[in-house]
Design a protein around this ligand. Structure first.
Ligand code: BV8
Ligand code: ZN
Length: 254
């Protein structure tokens, strides 16, 4: 008997009675696939070994572009060797659930979540794009990612197709996520410290619109006080039990 089991029934009841559900996902979902989180307790948490401002920002990139591309290519090769964990697989079975993710990996896609149901708020490391937004982008071979290069269309640097600190989120994706969170009646918050904005503001948007919040995390987070139910444990263990046999959806008529 784990410490979260008594709460599982409460969380399942909320998911079953809810009409419109969405998932909001952070780096913790991919931790059991060997993808470092940003701030979690693990010694491997990315930021504990790197300075995010120095690496995940345009200033950092232009200060040392080769070094930043090396960091991303290390992450790409780690992702190439990683597989979806049981948490991703459980989410992959929910074919009608919109999954709003801060993660830049492709593990939800590889677990079978329909692409149009994954809202990547912070982009993806599986692609490069032109830094001048001229429209050029390239999908990468994650095992053998290219070194620093220039856009063949306009000559500016090519950089990972992610949202760096200080950069705006993709507007259309943001608007879809925001309007969804304003009208759902249950938000499943998985593996996030809820410390990065404006993404984490979506949890507040959902709560303020009356949605019940279910949290899955190995430790308390900035939004623990908003939870109707908080399931403490690894998402790779909890999600298969929580979602077993359910078919939760975001648009009832969808
Ligand atoms: C912007 C891509 C303006 C790059 C990332 C207020 C409003 C708006 C902005 C700000 C604001 N306050 C501060 C800001 C600035 C900044 C920000 O939020 N800073 C933080 C640090 C305070 N925000 C920005 O700069 C954003 N841009 O605002 O621009 C603007 C607007 C218009 C036009 C121009 C400019 C952009 C932010 C996006 C940054 N990019 N990623 C890359 O990956 O290299 S953020 C990065 O953090 C990842 O995406 C990551 O997913 C995300 C959030 O972290 P989490 O996912 O929560 O991960 P974390 O490690 O923190 O937590 C993991 C959790 O999992 C822990 O709780 C742990 O307990 C749990 N866990 C661990 N293992 C498990 C588990 N849970 C379950 N099971 C397990 N096994
Ligand atoms: Zn270009």
């Amino acid at each position: 008997m784990t410490n979260y089991s008594p709460l599982l029934a409460d969380a399942r009841a909320l998911l079953i009675q809810a009409k419109h559900v969405a998932a909001f996902i952070g780096a913790g979902l991919s931790a059991e696939s060997g993808i470092s989180t940003f701030r979690g307790a693990q010694a491997d948490a990315l930021w504990s070994r790197f300075d995010p401002a120095a690496l995940a920002s345009r200033e950092g990139f232009f200060a040392n572009p080769e070094h930043v591309i090396e960091w991303y290519n290390w992450r790409r090769q780690t992702l190439a060797k990683a597989s979806p964990n049981p948490g991703h697989v459980a989410l992959g079975k929910q074919k009608r659930l919109i999954q709003i993710t801060q993660n830049v990996d492709n593990l939800l896609e590889r677990a079978g979540v329909p692409g149009q149901h994954i809202y990547h708020l912070h982009g993806t490391i599986t692609k490069d794009r032109c830094d001048a937004f001229c429209g050029y982008e390239r999908t990468l071979d994650l095992e053998h990612p290219p070194s620093l290069g220039k856009c063949p269309q306009c000559g500016h640097f090519l950089r990972p197709a992610v949202v760096w600190f200080g950069e705006g989120l993709p507007l259309d994706t943001w608007k879809k996520a925001e309007s969804l969170c304003a009208r759902i009646d249950c938000l499943l918050v998985i593996g996030t410290s809820a410390s990065v904005y404006p993404a984490s503001g979506l949890i507040h948007t959902a709560r303020n619109s009356g949605a019940r919040i279910i949290i899955v995390n190995t430790q308390p987070s900035d939004v623990s006080d908003m939870a109707s139910v908080e399931l403490t444990g690894p998402s790779g263990e909890i999600l298969p039990e929580l979602l077993e046999g359910l078919d939760i959806c975001s648009f009832r008529n969808g």
